[in-house]
Design a protein around this ligand. Structure first.
Ligand SMILES: NC(=O)c1ccc[n+]([C@@H]2O[C@H](COP(=O)([O-])OP(=O)(O)OC[C@H]3O[C@@H](n4cnc5c(N)ncnc54)[C@H](OP(=O)(O)O)[C@@H]3O)[C@@H](O)[C@H]2O)c1
Length: 300
């Protein structure tokens, strides 16, 4: 590892990004660049996190090209460049495909996939020139096993996984390592921060919607597991800090124990059996599609 490498974290104002920021501040081994959307930057002050010679706080909206370029330019001027990029910022959209407009779809892809890839493109020339770099992309179990009501979220994380896998081979000759961290359920307020599209919100609220049962059962299921799981933002953050210091970090890392178990299930079961088992295990699935007659209007 480089002496005092510069680590940039996206979406450091909340959740996993914030837990990671706090852990790295404590370690005092890095130059840190904590970034947040301009509207969330004030949170650092509220949390008692202030600039110092080794800590830079800077606005960065990962979907905005000018914001991305300005942030990387400012880091380069101050610290020379980014040695470790942690693409953490993300949004989870809860919606079935019929409740997603083209714009909803693009917005999800911009935050979870395109933003991280564009930022990576901006830091690679510096990493190649110095023959050292670490790209850590926070994926999800949703990037390995897709679940209903998470269509576009899964698509964005599958895209992130595919591109990161290709990049892993492309940049390894320069000692640049790409790692995907796949957290499963984390005990946090993440389920309250889920984004709905206009139509998925209606489907969630309206018992006459053909997809109401999908939302109703999946939401309760996810909330229950997130409340009961042992994994916390801090435990996942600790896993990520170990990766930064690892000489040869692997391409994929489970961020939580459940993620590891899900990956084994996916790997070991024959595909058709896996999909059948998963379908039957979906919460309340026997109720799905049992739509009251007056929901016909929405279907038509
Ligand atoms: N929580 C889980 O159970 C879980 C499971 C698997 C994977 N993950 C992944 O872990 C990562 C962190 O999730 P989390 O649970 O910590 O979520 P979170 O608490 O909602 O935090 C997400 C962070 O991303 C930021 N963000 C959102 N859109 C952004 C944008 N356009 N530009 C810059 N920052 C943006 C948010 O900023 P604001 O405060 O401004 O909104 C926030 O700081 C995500 O990639 C997520 O997909 C989470």
């Amino acid at each position: 590892m480089k002496d005092r490498p510069t680590v940039l974290i996206t979406g450091a104002s909340h959740g996993l990004g914030l837990a990671l920021a706090r852990l790295l501040i404590e370690k005092r081994r890095y130059r840190l660049v904590l970034t947040a959307r301009p509207s969330s930057l004030f949170r650092f002050g509220e949390l008692g996190i202030f600039e110092d010679p080794d800590l830079m706080l800077t606005p960065l909206d990962v979907v905005d090209p000018l914001s991305r370029e300005t942030a990387i330019h400012n880091v380069t001027v101050r610290f020379g460049g980014v040695d470790v990029l942690i693409n953490n910022a993300g949004v989870m959209t809860r919606a079935v495909l019929e409740h997603v407009t083209e714009e909803d779809h693009l917005e999800q892809m911009r935050v979870n996939y395109r933003g991280p890839m564009e930022l990576t493109r901006l830091v690679l020339p510096y990493m190649r020139a110095q023959r050292y770099g670490r790209i850590i992309n926070i994926s999800s179990v949703g990037g390995m096993m897709a679940m209903p009501t998470m269509t576009v979220y899964s698509a964005s994380k599958f895209a992130l996984e595919g591109a990161s896998e290709a990049l892993f081979y492309e940049v390894r000759p320069w000692n640049i390592r790409v790692t995907l961290v796949q957290p499963g359920f984390i005990n946090s307020d993440g389920f309250e921060r889920v984004a709905y599209t206009g139509r998925s919100f209606q489907g969630h609220e309206d018992a006459r919607s053909p997809y109401h049962a999908h939302y109703h059962y999946m939401e309760a299921f996810v909330a229950k597991i997130m409340r009961r799981t042992w994994a916390t933002p801090e435990s996942v953050a600790a896993r990520i800090t170990r990766l930064i210091e690892q000489k040869r970090p692997p391409l994929r890392v489970s961020g939580t124990v459940d993620a590891f178990l899900f990956s084994m299930l996916r790997r070991l079961l024959p595909r058709t059996l896996y999909h059948e088992v998963l379908y039957r295990a979906l919460p309340g699935v026997s109720q799905w599609g049992r739509t009251p007659p007056d929901a016909r209007a929405e279907r038509e």
